[in-house]
Design a protein around this ligand. Structure first.
Ligand code: API
Length: 278
């Protein structure tokens, strides 16, 4: 089959975005790995699939996310901003406020006048069973044995699981060594995205993320949300935080109570459209 796609990115976290509303698409893990392959396919961190919603009364679309390793996952923040730009560019909607179903819950995409997108990512989940993470009870941080070290990490779900480690300097953080060990840590039964957060000020952090199923990316939207939630619950951050990732800046807002939603604002870029034979 020949598939049309658009290559997009959110601060360098890059995607192959596919219209599954007007194209009949079946994405197997093998097809996702091919699309994501930077030599043999198109190349991306994640493949994003636009579908019609299960419940048209509450959502305009369904948004499915596949990591470069072929696994389908619950949520992708940078992808959500690209999703909003894609469905409007493709004429699938002319709305600027777009409710979207994801496996990680209902999210709301707001296209701003300046072209950036604000996403209501829903509330963070801190109960270990919701993350999922093996722990007796929820806590701002947990002792995690990784590679012979005892790390103090926050554990947060934004629909997808995140572990957040505070470091003195992100540029010197052991992302290459600790990232894979944290990603596959047995206390995270569905694996985990590993965030390395440097607190610059109560309204400013630097962040690198070793993503589940993709490795270190230029940016991670849900990782930025999870880092702010963890930093705030650990007493280090205020409600509105500038998050500087290798690919650029996101602004995250969270009131601080567990049933309050997390808001993420940032850019979304279309690079090219193409077709590919699967
Ligand atoms: N690797 C993530 C999915 C993509 C998230 C990231 N690209 C974002 O912008 O949130 C996971 O396995 O949960």
């Amino acid at each position: 089959m020949t598939l049309s796609f658009t290559k997009m990115h959110g601060l360098g976290n890059d995607f192959v975005v596919i219209d599954g509303v007007r194209q009949a698409v079946e994405l197997t893990p093998e097809r996702v790995r091919f699309l994501a392959d930077r030599r043999l396919g198109v190349g991306c961190d994640q493949v994003l699939l636009v579908e019609s919603p299960a419940d048209p009364a509450t959502a305009a679309f369904r948004y499915r996310i596949f990591n470069a390793d072929g696994g389908e996952v619950e949520q992708c923040g940078n992808g959500a901003r690209c999703f909003a730009v894609f469905v409007r560019d493709q004429g699938l909607t002319d709305q600027t406020l777009i409710p979207v179903e994801t496996a990680g819950g209902l999210i709301h995409l707001q296209v701003e006048d300046n072209g950036e997108v604000t996403v209501n990512m829903g509330r963070p989940r801190l109960e270990p069973v919701e993350i999922p993470f093996a722990a007796e009870a929820p806590a701002p941080a947990y002792a995690l044995e990784v590679g012979g070290h005892t790390l103090e990490v926050g554990a947060v779900s934004m629909g997808n699981p995140h572990a957040v480690l505070r470091v003195e300097d992100v540029l010197k953080a052991p992302v290459e060594s600790l990232g894979p060990a944290m990603e596959s840590h047995p206390r995270f039964p569905r694996r985990v995205n590993a965030g390395f957060m440097e607190v610059v000020a109560r309204d400013h952090i630097r962040l690198r993320v070793f993503e589940r199923g993709a490795g270190e990316t230029q940016a991670c939207g849900t990782g930025a949300c999870a880092a702010v939630v963890s930093g705030r619950t650990r007493g280090w951050l205020d409600e509105r935080v500038a998050v500087d990732l290798p690919g650029g800046r996101l602004v995250i807002q969270w009131e601080g109570c567990e049933d309050a939603p997390v808001f993420m604002t940032g850019p979304a870029t279309s690079v090219f459209t193409g077709t590919i034979k699967l």
